[in-house]
Design a protein around this ligand. Structure first.
Ligand SMILES: Cc1cc2nc3c(=O)[nH]c(=O)nc-3n(C[C@H](O)[C@H](O)[C@H](O)COP(=O)(O)OP(=O)(O)OC[C@H]3O[C@@H](n4cnc5c(N)ncnc54)[C@H](O)[C@@H]3O)c2cc1C
Length: 367
């Protein structure tokens, strides 16, 4: 029932606006409040905080339906921010922020990457200086998904500017509305995901209450990220499998219709073998993903397994989508064809939330 509700909502409220969203480089603000009204946001956050009271299975459905429809709407980042708050904020803060996020009135973003520090997160330069009951923040962030609409930012800062590397990193929640010294850059021009607002954020003597530190103490930011990034990574794995399956489905249709040398493309052995390989790999991905989701729901998916899921499933997606594009010939390179957009949109899956190379390092630490 939930899937059918989400499917119909996306078809009616999101799909017709995609071309315009791509042009303006962001979804409409009302897209968030409409999704909130329907109960699509924070589906796996307890109902007492305004969430849907479901599990990651519900989130999976939202991510899959968005990916299959080719819609750029990062509700998984919204959920991810909510889970940082759920795990590390005070009871009052949870009751203040989470219901507004569930209604789509507050859009969440996670701001870790900086121009000179992406994979090397220990190199971040944004500093939060303690001043009485406040932190005063200076610095800048880049590549922030949901950056344009963000009303609440989970921000990685150095609370101890002298501490080397990963030590001294903390997470601070910033409510951005009418906040002096806070500025959003224009949405960045990307290869794909054009309707996604990916922005730079600037902080100039921005003052937030000291209680906005995700606690209980300073310097815990990196371990908090390690724990909570599994959520984002698994969600990207979900999008990867949904995209791969969709690519196989639309390509199978295409090669039955398109003809060359007097017969449909599917009559060439290469076409059949390629699609047989893609279908098999997508199925292996699905089985692995379902196993990861089951473990995640019962709290048994560690950060290594989440890294394995994100790296392997997005690599697999890349191979499948690329092969499927090839089977479309020149039309596969035309943006009006869904396979072309899938190819461009999915490329970032191997890069964000930790590049696949960094994830292999993380997996290797466990050996
Ligand atoms: C569309 C988009 C949305 C994003 N959204 C967000 C967001 O919401 N919030 C946020 O904080 N960030 C976001 N990011 C940033 C993203 O997480 C980073 O781009 C990513 O972590 C890589 O960092 P980098 O771009 O600085 O690349 P670099 O760190 O410069 O890496 C360049 C290359 O070197 C490789 N490399 C680096 N270190 C090693 C190593 N030790 N071993 C082997 N290889 C290595 C990398 O794997 C990569 O191939 C987003 C990025 C994009 C493109």
């Amino acid at each position: 029932m939930f899937r059918s509700t989400v499917h119909k909502f996306i078809e009616k409220e999101f799909a017709p606006h995609q071309a315009r969203w791509r042009q303006q480089h962001r979804p409409d603000a009302e897209a968030w409040t409409k999704a909130g009204e329907l109960g699509i946001l924070l589906s796996d956050v307890p109902a007492e905080y305004g969430g849907g009271g479901g599990t990651f299975a519900h989130e999976t459905i939202v991510v899959e339906e968005l990916a299959q429809a080719g819609i750029h709407f990062a509700s998984f980042i919204q959920s991810s921010v909510a889970h940082y708050i759920l795990a590390y904020a005070s009871e009052d803060q949870k009751r203040n922020w989470l219901p507004r996020m569930a209604r789509g009135e507050l859009v969440g973003a996670i701001a870790m990457s900086e121009p000179a520090a992406g994979s090397d997160i220990g190199g971040i330069k944004t500093v939060a200086r303690r001043d009485g009951d406040s932190y005063v923040i200076n610095g800048s962030k880049t590549f922030v998904t949901n950056g344009w609409h963000a009303g609440i930012v989970c921000l990685a800062v150095k609370t101890d500017a002298k501490a080397a590397g990963l030590k001294g990193i903390s997470l601070v929640i910033v409510e951005t509305k009418d906040l002096p010294g806070y500025r959003v850059g224009r949405p960045l021009e990307k290869v794909g995901m054009h309707a996604q607002d990916t922005c730079e954020l600037f902080f100039d003597e921005v003052r937030v209450p000291a209680s906005n530190l995700l606690g209980p103490a300073e310097g815990l930011g990196f371990s908090q990220m390690m724990e909570k990034m599994s959520y984002e990574r698994l969600a990207i794995g979900v999008a990867a499998v949904a995209t791969a399956e969709q690519a196989v489905a639309i390509t199978t249709e295409y090669v039955k219709e398109r003809r060359a040398f007097g017969k449909p493309l599917i009559d060439f052995q290469n076409t059949r073998f390629k699609l047989a390989e893609c279908k098999t790999e997508a199925h292996i991905g699905r089985v692995f993903l379902d196993n990861c989701i089951e473990r995640f729901i019962v709290g048994q998916l560690d950060s290594v397994a989440a890294a394995q899921a994100k790296y392997w499933l997005t690599d697999c997606e890349g191979r499948i989508v690329d092969d499927c594009l090839q089977l479309h010939g020149g039309y596969g390179y035309m943006t009006e064809y869904p396979i072309a957009r899938m190819w461009a949109d999915s490329r970032v899956h191997r890069i964000y939330a930790g590049t696949n190379e960094i994830l292999k390092e993380l997996i290797a630490w466990s050996l």
